[in-house]
Write a protein of this length. Sequence first.
Length: 263
Amino acid sequence: MKTLLCLAAQTAASLRGYFSKILGGLTAKPWGRMLILPLLLLLLIMPATAASAQSATLSPREVVEYALTLEKLEADFYRRAVAATQDGGGLSRLPIRAKNAVTSYGQDEAQHVIDLSAVLASLGGNPDSVTIPANPNYDAILNRDPFAQPRDFLQALQYVEDTGVAAYKGQVQNLLAAGEAGKTVLAGALEIHTVEARHAAGIRYLRETLYNVDVRPWIRDASEVLYNENRSNNPIPFSDEAFDGYATREEVLKIVRPILAGK
């Protein structure tokens, strides 16, 4: 798969070809044809609801700076988790299946940081100016140390991944509103969003199968959606379990601000 670094160098013309190939590939498969109508409906709905999604419109560069902040937090969270799985750490008793998943997911997040940094530089930004505290206050997630025992860790990690999924969806409208300037960033953001959603489902599966927690990799009802309220001027019923809500930057920052305050 192309990285965001490659996407940043593409022109709008190549993107049109890129999406044409995707649609062509989908139509070649029976399951793919079923996905085309929802995708087209999503693209038709988003431009009409741009104003309702955000209290402030962000430029593509600001969207990347925001996403990079979240990705640096996620990568740091996973790095600390991997360290805690070593002998003597609070997560040393985490089953090997979960340890392997955490290592793999953490590598994904580290790659997201690398690629988003490259994209930000291509937009004239400075990736080094996007910083997180040396010791983020991850205790704020559950009001206790998430690295002290496995069950708490997976619960906190599910919350972290859910927030990331909702955050990326919340920026689609801003990137669409930016027109040509937002297309390359949008393509990359959608690729990352898919991976974050897979992580979130994987964490739920681990909680269910390893610790008998009453969760599933899929949404069973609206209470399992991080932001399930209906949005003004938006026809999508996020209170229905068939849809997963999004979060604006202000909503996400309200969640992560205690973490960014550091210890």
